[in-house]
Ligand binder design. Structure first.
Ligand SMILES: O=C(O)CCC(=O)C(=O)O
Ligand SMILES: [Fe+2]
Length: 185
């Protein structure tokens, strides 16, 4: 929780906002921990550890052990995120896009299967209570005539319902994007 709060302060500053902004709107309100255990795989080329996806949260603080296998999508290729002893990986999640009007984009990632192992990782997902009816919309200070809102207003609850109806690896964000003609409707 402490690391998350500090990260949200830094991210607020990077957006040109008051350092408390993202914490005040509840980005660090809750964290859920998911522990993964990847057994050694005799034929890694036939399967995948965790399939390609973006996380359904504001940010993820991830611990991975020394085995490796985490990859992020960068400029149309998969890039290894090599384990660094004592380091945590921080990923931007989907909820950050409607919040920052696409200033921070969620990162696509996956975990490949390996002959070595087992591999253990612990992901801390910073979000709000899944059924929270609190507003999910671009921060007003980040919207202007030159930067109009990319997403329509929704709630954390409705975003999660949409996410769960489609499943991991799909783009929930597309559903909440403002499309040409929406304003006339
Ligand atoms: O095991 C990992 O390193 C990543 C797991 C992951 O992407 C997730 O839990 O969302
Ligand atoms: Fe993930």
């Amino acid at each position: 929780m402490e690391i998350g709060k500090l990260l949200f302060e830094l991210l607020s500053e990077a957006l040109g906002l008051n350092p408390n902004y993202l914490n005040d709107i509840g980005c660090s309100e809750g964290v859920s921990l998911v522990c993964h255990y990847y057994p050694p795989c005799p034929q890694p080329n036939l399967t995948i550890g965790t399939s390609e996806h973006t996380d359904n949260d504001f940010i993820t603080v991830l611990y991975q052990d020394h085995v490796g296998g985490l990859q992020i999508r960068y400029e149309n290729s998969w890039v290894e995120v090599a384990p660094v002893d004592g380091a945590l990986v921080v990923n931007i999640g989907d909820l950050m896009q409607p919040t920052t009007n696409d200033k921070f984009k969620s990162v696509k990632h996956r975990v490949v299967a390996k002959k070595e192992g087992p591999r253990v990782s612990v992901a801390g997902f910073f979000s709000k209570f899944p059924l929270s009816t609190s507003k999910l919309a671009p921060i007003e200070e980040l919207i202007s005539e030159e930067n109009p809102a990319v997403y329509r207003e929704t709630t954390i609850r409705d975003f999660n319902i949409q996410f769960r109806s489609k499943g991991l690896g799909t783009t929930t964000l597309e559903h909440f994007k403002i499309k040409p003609g929406d304003a006339d409707a």
